[in-house]
Design a protein around this ligand. Sequence first.
Ligand code: NAI
Length: 308
Amino acid sequence: MKVTIVGAGNVGATCADVISYRGIAGEVVLLDIKEGFAEGKAMDISQCATTTGFNTKVSGSTNDYSKTAGSDVVVITSGIPRKPGMTREELIGINAGIVKSVADNVLQHSPEAIIVVVSNPMDTMTYLTLKATGLPKNRIIGMGGALDSSRFKYYLSKALNKPANDIQGMVIGGHGDTTMIPLTRLASYNGVPVSEFLSQEALDKVAADTMVGGATLTGLLGTSAWYAPGASVAYLVDSILNDQKKMIPCSVLLEGEYGQQDICLGVPCIIGKKGLEQIVDIHLNDNEKALFAKSADAVRNMNADLKS
Ligand code: NAI
């Protein structure tokens, strides 16, 4: 199985690294516009093969899409961060141009590929990719909920003082610090609702910490995070390539589910070899429904910037 990752920056290269050492795919191609950059990252990762013990073939390319031919999954992490003085609309305009041309190029060489969109603003970029390519919705998946959910479980594990791997929890809604919805009501520790162990005040703090989880890391690192984002993309790619049918919150086109139309937003999805195989309609209470509608309004406003 072959995976192409466009954008060999922090998130893209980390994703390639995790895919390789976990043996998720037989071949990974990194592609970037910066001359020699993807080749360098691929060489560095390849030189871990004997010490971490993997056989994945990793290569890099500067903008030569022919090297990506026949990819089963293409991950798009290319984009630029917001620069001082740049408006949100300008950023969206630039990243939309990048994501659109990348999607065009990869599809010329991998017409059957499933596309995983990571570039921010992710929900809007996923919607744009869907509209620009005209591909069926099962083949365009936005990654955000997997990362936000892993941060949610991290903060729950801190509050509970229990291992994160014993905790179940999910974040739905938009992939933004005011639009995501950590579902504290449904979170559990080995099947027992976390509300049995934590006060409402403690749960509210976990939710608030989760929502600013990305910003907290940017404050500490001076740039946005990459280990957990890269690993989250690899987790999603694993479920596609190896047909694991995991339930992962992903940004996908809604056509009536959760009361929304014509928008890509994070909802629980079954992810397998066809990409999005099913949207799981979980029962939300009135408060969660209201938060979801508010999140959709915010993402819809952002999508409107695509047209202006
Ligand atoms: P980065 O700046 O380290 O890497 C981006 C790479 O894209 C650079 O190497 C750049 O040369 C390349 N690039 C730009 N235009 C290109 C083009 N037209 N073709 C090919 N390559 C191109 O950024 P980082 O930290 O890796 O983040 C990548 C994107 O992912 C950003 O938009 C970031 O906001 C987003 N992100 C999304 C997350 C999510 O959960 N959805 C989590 C973390 C980051």
